[in-house]
Design a protein around this ligand. Structure first.
Ligand code: FAD
Length: 302
Protein backbone atom coordinates (compact mmCIF):
# COMPACT_ATOMS: atom_id res chain seq x y z
CA UNK A 1 0.00 0.00 0.00
CA UNK A 2 1.25 3.45 -0.76
CA UNK A 3 0.80 5.43 2.41
CA UNK A 4 -2.04 7.80 1.84
CA UNK A 5 -4.04 5.19 -0.11
CA UNK A 6 -7.32 4.49 1.57
CA UNK A 7 -7.29 1.27 3.48
CA UNK A 8 -9.90 -1.16 2.30
CA UNK A 9 -13.23 -1.34 4.02
CA UNK A 10 -14.41 -0.30 7.47
CA UNK A 11 -14.07 3.44 7.09
CA UNK A 12 -16.36 3.74 10.10
CA UNK A 13 -13.71 2.24 12.40
CA UNK A 14 -10.93 4.16 14.10
CA UNK A 15 -8.08 2.35 15.77
CA UNK A 16 -5.09 3.62 17.69
CA UNK A 17 -2.00 1.81 18.91
CA UNK A 18 -0.07 2.29 22.13
CA UNK A 19 3.67 1.68 22.47
CA UNK A 20 6.16 2.12 25.26
CA UNK A 21 9.59 3.76 24.83
CA UNK A 22 12.35 1.17 24.34
CA UNK A 23 15.13 0.68 26.89
CA UNK A 24 17.71 -1.08 24.76
CA UNK A 25 18.79 -1.14 21.12
CA UNK A 26 17.20 -4.55 20.66
CA UNK A 27 13.90 -3.27 22.08
CA UNK A 28 14.14 -0.26 19.83
CA UNK A 29 14.45 -2.53 16.81
CA UNK A 30 11.37 -4.51 17.90
CA UNK A 31 9.41 -1.31 18.43
CA UNK A 32 10.26 0.08 15.01
CA UNK A 33 9.50 -3.21 13.26
CA UNK A 34 6.10 -3.05 14.98
CA UNK A 35 5.47 0.58 14.06
CA UNK A 36 6.34 -0.08 10.43
CA UNK A 37 4.15 -3.16 10.31
CA UNK A 38 1.14 -1.36 11.77
CA UNK A 39 1.60 1.90 9.85
CA UNK A 40 -0.22 0.73 6.68
CA UNK A 41 -3.38 0.23 8.78
CA UNK A 42 -3.51 4.03 9.03
CA UNK A 43 -4.49 4.32 12.68
CA UNK A 44 -6.16 7.47 13.93
CA UNK A 45 -3.05 8.02 16.10
CA UNK A 46 -0.31 6.08 17.88
CA UNK A 47 0.60 6.87 21.46
CA UNK A 48 3.81 6.47 23.45
CA UNK A 49 3.68 6.04 27.22
CA UNK A 50 5.53 8.08 29.82
CA UNK A 51 7.34 5.81 32.30
CA UNK A 52 6.23 5.93 35.92
CA UNK A 53 6.95 9.35 37.40
CA UNK A 54 8.50 10.64 34.18
CA UNK A 55 11.29 8.05 34.23
CA UNK A 56 11.23 7.81 30.43
CA UNK A 57 10.96 11.53 29.75
CA UNK A 58 13.81 11.58 27.21
CA UNK A 59 12.96 8.23 25.64
CA UNK A 60 9.28 9.11 25.22
CA UNK A 61 10.30 12.36 23.58
CA UNK A 62 12.82 10.68 21.29
CA UNK A 63 10.25 8.08 20.21
CA UNK A 64 7.42 10.51 19.41
CA UNK A 65 9.84 12.88 17.68
CA UNK A 66 11.11 10.02 15.48
CA UNK A 67 7.52 9.04 14.65
CA UNK A 68 6.89 12.61 13.47
CA UNK A 69 10.06 12.60 11.37
CA UNK A 70 10.03 9.13 9.86
CA UNK A 71 6.42 8.03 9.48
CA UNK A 72 3.06 9.21 8.24
CA UNK A 73 1.58 8.49 11.69
CA UNK A 74 0.14 11.03 14.09
CA UNK A 75 1.79 10.50 17.50
CA UNK A 76 0.29 11.24 20.89
CA UNK A 77 2.72 11.65 23.78
CA UNK A 78 1.60 10.49 27.23
CA UNK A 79 2.43 12.87 30.07
CA UNK A 80 1.95 12.54 33.83
CA UNK A 81 2.05 15.34 36.41
CA UNK A 82 3.01 13.21 39.45
CA UNK A 83 6.24 14.19 41.22
CA UNK A 84 7.01 17.16 38.97
CA UNK A 85 6.71 20.92 39.31
CA UNK A 86 4.61 22.89 36.83
CA UNK A 87 7.80 24.29 35.42
CA UNK A 88 9.19 20.82 34.70
CA UNK A 89 5.94 19.64 33.15
CA UNK A 90 5.61 22.80 31.05
CA UNK A 91 9.13 22.29 29.74
CA UNK A 92 8.17 18.82 28.51
CA UNK A 93 4.99 20.16 26.90
CA UNK A 94 6.91 22.96 25.16
CA UNK A 95 9.48 20.46 23.87
CA UNK A 96 6.63 18.30 22.45
CA UNK A 97 5.16 21.36 20.72
CA UNK A 98 8.57 22.34 19.30
CA UNK A 99 9.05 18.80 17.94
CA UNK A 100 5.74 19.02 16.06
CA UNK A 101 3.69 16.86 18.44
CA UNK A 102 0.10 18.05 18.65
CA UNK A 103 -1.62 15.40 20.80
CA UNK A 104 -1.03 14.63 24.50
CA UNK A 105 -2.53 11.90 26.68
CA UNK A 106 -2.77 13.81 29.97
CA UNK A 107 -2.53 11.74 33.15
CA UNK A 108 -2.05 12.00 36.88
CA UNK A 109 0.35 9.04 37.23
CA UNK A 110 1.16 6.99 40.33
CA UNK A 111 3.31 7.60 43.38
CA UNK A 112 6.68 5.83 43.09
CA UNK A 113 6.04 3.63 46.14
CA UNK A 114 3.33 1.16 45.31
CA UNK A 115 0.21 1.61 47.40
CA UNK A 116 1.17 5.07 48.71
CA UNK A 117 -1.81 7.45 48.57
CA UNK A 118 -1.46 10.07 45.85
CA UNK A 119 0.01 13.40 46.86
CA UNK A 120 0.39 16.11 44.27
CA UNK A 121 3.79 17.86 44.01
CA UNK A 122 3.66 21.11 46.03
CA UNK A 123 4.64 23.18 43.03
CA UNK A 124 2.98 20.88 40.52
CA UNK A 125 -0.36 20.56 38.78
CA UNK A 126 -2.79 19.39 41.45
CA UNK A 127 -5.09 17.42 39.15
CA UNK A 128 -5.49 16.34 35.52
CA UNK A 129 -7.96 19.14 34.68
CA UNK A 130 -5.32 21.63 35.90
CA UNK A 131 -2.68 19.83 33.86
CA UNK A 132 -4.89 20.09 30.75
CA UNK A 133 -5.31 23.83 31.27
CA UNK A 134 -1.53 24.15 31.54
CA UNK A 135 -1.04 22.15 28.33
CA UNK A 136 -3.61 24.25 26.46
CA UNK A 137 -1.91 27.44 27.62
CA UNK A 138 1.25 26.31 25.84
CA UNK A 139 -0.26 25.13 22.58
CA UNK A 140 -3.52 24.08 20.98
CA UNK A 141 -2.91 20.36 21.58
CA UNK A 142 -5.50 17.66 21.13
CA UNK A 143 -5.85 16.12 24.61
CA UNK A 144 -6.94 12.58 25.47
CA UNK A 145 -7.42 11.30 29.01
CA UNK A 146 -8.06 8.05 30.90
CA UNK A 147 -11.37 6.51 31.96
CA UNK A 148 -12.05 3.57 34.27
CA UNK A 149 -15.03 1.32 33.45
CA UNK A 150 -14.34 -0.66 36.65
CA UNK A 151 -13.43 2.41 38.71
CA UNK A 152 -9.93 3.53 39.65
CA UNK A 153 -8.56 1.78 42.79
CA UNK A 154 -8.15 5.16 44.55
CA UNK A 155 -11.61 6.40 43.62
CA UNK A 156 -14.12 6.71 46.47
CA UNK A 157 -16.81 5.55 43.99
CA UNK A 158 -17.40 5.29 40.27
CA UNK A 159 -19.39 8.53 40.22
CA UNK A 160 -16.32 10.42 41.44
CA UNK A 161 -14.43 9.05 38.43
CA UNK A 162 -17.18 10.28 36.10
CA UNK A 163 -17.26 13.72 37.70
CA UNK A 164 -13.50 13.91 37.27
CA UNK A 165 -13.87 12.84 33.62
CA UNK A 166 -16.38 15.65 33.11
CA UNK A 167 -13.93 18.14 34.63
CA UNK A 168 -11.22 16.89 32.29
CA UNK A 169 -13.56 17.41 29.32
CA UNK A 170 -14.45 20.91 30.50
CA UNK A 171 -10.73 21.64 30.67
CA UNK A 172 -10.35 20.60 27.01
CA UNK A 173 -10.05 16.80 26.71
CA UNK A 174 -11.82 15.42 23.64
CA UNK A 175 -11.38 11.67 24.06
CA UNK A 176 -11.19 9.16 26.92
CA UNK A 177 -9.24 5.93 26.56
CA UNK A 178 -10.23 3.22 29.00
CA UNK A 179 -8.17 1.08 31.27
CA UNK A 180 -8.40 -2.48 29.90
CA UNK A 181 -11.37 -4.51 31.09
CA UNK A 182 -11.84 -8.11 29.98
CA UNK A 183 -15.53 -8.50 30.77
CA UNK A 184 -17.28 -6.64 27.93
CA UNK A 185 -20.58 -6.44 29.82
CA UNK A 186 -18.88 -3.96 32.19
CA UNK A 187 -18.67 -1.57 29.24
CA UNK A 188 -22.45 -1.77 28.84
CA UNK A 189 -23.08 -0.58 32.40
CA UNK A 190 -20.30 1.98 32.17
CA UNK A 191 -21.68 3.52 28.97
CA UNK A 192 -25.15 3.82 30.48
CA UNK A 193 -23.61 5.82 33.31
CA UNK A 194 -21.50 7.88 30.89
CA UNK A 195 -24.60 8.77 28.87
CA UNK A 196 -26.57 9.60 32.00
CA UNK A 197 -23.76 11.92 33.07
CA UNK A 198 -24.12 13.75 29.74
CA UNK A 199 -20.58 12.90 28.62
CA UNK A 200 -20.34 13.21 24.85
CA UNK A 201 -16.69 12.68 23.93
CA UNK A 202 -15.70 9.34 22.36
CA UNK A 203 -14.97 6.65 24.94
CA UNK A 204 -12.33 4.40 23.43
CA UNK A 205 -12.01 0.89 24.85
CA UNK A 206 -8.41 -0.06 25.57
CA UNK A 207 -7.85 -3.58 24.23
CA UNK A 208 -5.12 -5.67 25.82
CA UNK A 209 -4.24 -8.79 23.81
CA UNK A 210 -2.85 -10.97 26.57
CA UNK A 211 0.00 -13.36 25.88
CA UNK A 212 1.62 -13.00 29.30
CA UNK A 213 -1.34 -13.98 31.44
CA UNK A 214 0.56 -13.94 34.74
CA UNK A 215 1.97 -10.47 34.06
CA UNK A 216 -1.43 -9.10 33.06
CA UNK A 217 -3.07 -10.59 36.16
CA UNK A 218 -0.54 -8.78 38.34
CA UNK A 219 -1.08 -5.54 36.44
CA UNK A 220 -4.87 -5.97 36.62
CA UNK A 221 -4.71 -6.37 40.38
CA UNK A 222 -2.72 -3.15 40.67
CA UNK A 223 -5.05 -1.14 38.50
CA UNK A 224 -8.35 -2.54 39.68
CA UNK A 225 -9.33 -4.55 36.58
CA UNK A 226 -11.12 -7.85 37.13
CA UNK A 227 -9.63 -10.97 35.61
CA UNK A 228 -12.63 -13.21 34.90
CA UNK A 229 -12.41 -16.87 35.92
CA UNK A 230 -13.04 -18.01 32.35
CA UNK A 231 -9.95 -16.11 31.20
CA UNK A 232 -7.78 -17.78 33.84
CA UNK A 233 -9.19 -21.15 32.68
CA UNK A 234 -8.23 -20.38 29.07
CA UNK A 235 -4.58 -19.87 30.03
CA UNK A 236 -4.35 -22.66 32.58
CA UNK A 237 -1.44 -25.05 31.94
CA UNK A 238 0.06 -22.90 29.19
CA UNK A 239 2.91 -21.28 31.11
CA UNK A 240 5.47 -22.88 28.80
CA UNK A 241 3.45 -22.63 25.61
CA UNK A 242 3.68 -19.17 24.10
CA UNK A 243 2.30 -20.23 20.73
CA UNK A 244 -0.99 -21.40 22.18
CA UNK A 245 -1.19 -18.37 24.49
CA UNK A 246 -0.84 -16.12 21.43
CA UNK A 247 -3.63 -17.92 19.59
CA UNK A 248 -5.86 -17.61 22.62
CA UNK A 249 -4.97 -13.93 23.06
CA UNK A 250 -6.03 -13.19 19.49
CA UNK A 251 -9.27 -15.17 19.85
CA UNK A 252 -10.20 -13.43 23.13
CA UNK A 253 -9.43 -9.94 21.80
CA UNK A 254 -11.36 -10.55 18.56
CA UNK A 255 -14.36 -11.75 20.53
CA UNK A 256 -14.16 -8.66 22.72
CA UNK A 257 -13.95 -6.17 19.84
CA UNK A 258 -16.88 -7.90 18.14
CA UNK A 259 -18.89 -7.68 21.38
CA UNK A 260 -17.99 -4.01 21.70
CA UNK A 261 -18.86 -3.31 18.07
CA UNK A 262 -22.29 -4.81 18.67
CA UNK A 263 -22.63 -2.35 21.57
CA UNK A 264 -21.89 0.48 19.17
CA UNK A 265 -18.21 1.20 19.80
CA UNK A 266 -16.28 2.27 16.68
CA UNK A 267 -13.00 3.38 18.28
CA UNK A 268 -10.48 0.93 19.70
CA UNK A 269 -7.12 1.58 21.35
CA UNK A 270 -4.72 -1.38 21.33
CA UNK A 271 -2.13 -1.83 24.05
CA UNK A 272 0.39 -3.40 21.67
CA UNK A 273 3.21 -3.88 24.22
CA UNK A 274 5.39 -3.12 21.19
CA UNK A 275 4.42 -6.39 19.46
CA UNK A 276 2.63 -5.89 16.16
CA UNK A 277 1.47 -9.37 15.23
CA UNK A 278 -1.60 -9.77 17.46
CA UNK A 279 -2.86 -6.24 16.89
CA UNK A 280 -2.31 -6.61 13.14
CA UNK A 281 -4.29 -9.87 13.06
CA UNK A 282 -7.14 -8.47 15.17
CA UNK A 283 -7.41 -5.37 12.96
CA UNK A 284 -7.42 -7.59 9.88
CA UNK A 285 -10.35 -9.58 11.24
CA UNK A 286 -12.12 -6.31 12.08
CA UNK A 287 -11.85 -5.50 8.39
CA UNK A 288 -8.93 -3.06 8.46
CA UNK A 289 -6.66 -4.17 5.67
CA UNK A 290 -3.99 -2.40 3.67
CA UNK A 291 -5.02 -2.17 0.00
CA UNK A 292 -4.47 -5.18 -2.25
CA UNK A 293 -0.94 -4.25 -3.28
CA UNK A 294 1.53 -5.47 -0.64
CA UNK A 295 3.90 -2.97 0.92
CA UNK A 296 7.44 -3.63 -0.28
CA UNK A 297 9.32 -5.25 2.55
CA UNK A 298 6.17 -6.01 4.54
CA UNK A 299 6.10 -9.70 5.35
CA UNK A 300 2.81 -11.44 4.65
CA UNK A 301 0.85 -12.37 7.78
CA UNK A 302 1.37 -16.04 8.45
P1 FAD B 1 -7.22 10.52 37.25
O1 FAD B 1 -8.25 10.01 36.29
O2 FAD B 1 -6.97 11.97 37.31
O3 FAD B 1 -7.58 10.05 38.72
C1 FAD B 1 -7.66 8.69 39.06
C2 FAD B 1 -8.22 8.56 40.45
O4 FAD B 1 -7.36 9.18 41.39
C3 FAD B 1 -9.58 9.16 40.61
O5 FAD B 1 -10.39 8.23 41.23
C4 FAD B 1 -9.35 10.37 41.46
O6 FAD B 1 -10.43 10.53 42.34
C5 FAD B 1 -8.08 10.07 42.21
N1 FAD B 1 -7.32 11.32 42.35
C6 FAD B 1 -7.03 12.21 41.38
N2 FAD B 1 -6.33 13.24 41.88
C7 FAD B 1 -6.20 12.99 43.19
C8 FAD B 1 -5.59 13.70 44.27
N3 FAD B 1 -5.00 14.87 44.08
N4 FAD B 1 -5.64 13.11 45.50
C9 FAD B 1 -6.24 11.93 45.69
N5 FAD B 1 -6.84 11.22 44.72
C10 FAD B 1 -6.82 11.75 43.50
N6 FAD B 1 0.74 5.85 33.82
C11 FAD B 1 1.99 6.30 33.57
O7 FAD B 1 2.80 6.46 34.49
N7 FAD B 1 2.39 6.58 32.28
C12 FAD B 1 1.56 6.45 31.21
O8 FAD B 1 1.96 6.72 30.07
C13 FAD B 1 0.22 5.99 31.46
N8 FAD B 1 -0.67 5.86 30.43
C14 FAD B 1 -1.97 5.48 30.70
C15 FAD B 1 -2.88 5.43 29.65
C16 FAD B 1 -4.22 5.05 29.88
C17 FAD B 1 -5.19 5.02 28.73
C18 FAD B 1 -4.62 4.73 31.22
C19 FAD B 1 -6.04 4.30 31.47
C20 FAD B 1 -3.71 4.79 32.26
C21 FAD B 1 -2.38 5.16 32.02
N9 FAD B 1 -1.45 5.26 33.06
C22 FAD B 1 -0.16 5.69 32.80
C23 FAD B 1 -1.81 4.86 34.43
C24 FAD B 1 -2.25 6.07 35.26
O9 FAD B 1 -1.19 6.95 35.47
C25 FAD B 1 -2.76 5.52 36.60
O10 FAD B 1 -3.91 4.75 36.39
C26 FAD B 1 -2.97 6.56 37.68
O11 FAD B 1 -3.24 5.88 38.91
C27 FAD B 1 -4.12 7.50 37.46
O12 FAD B 1 -3.87 8.46 36.50
P2 FAD B 1 -5.15 9.15 35.76
O13 FAD B 1 -4.69 10.23 34.90
O14 FAD B 1 -5.98 8.09 35.17
O15 FAD B 1 -5.86 9.77 37.06
Amino acid sequence: VRLGDKIRGREDLRVSFEFFPPKTEKMEETLWDSIKRLEPLQPNFVSVTYGAGGSTRERTHATVARIVKETSLKPAAHLTCVGASREEVDEVVQAYWDAGIRHIVALRGDMPELGTPYKPHEKGYQSVPELIRGIKAIGDFEVSVSAYPERHPESPDGDADLRLLQDKIEAGATRAITQFTFDSSIYGTFMERVEKAGIKVPIVPGIMPTTNFKGISRMAEKCGATVPGWLADYYEGLDDDLTTRKLIAAAVAVEQVHDLERMGFRDFHFYTLNQADLTYAICHILGLKPSTKPTPGLKAAE
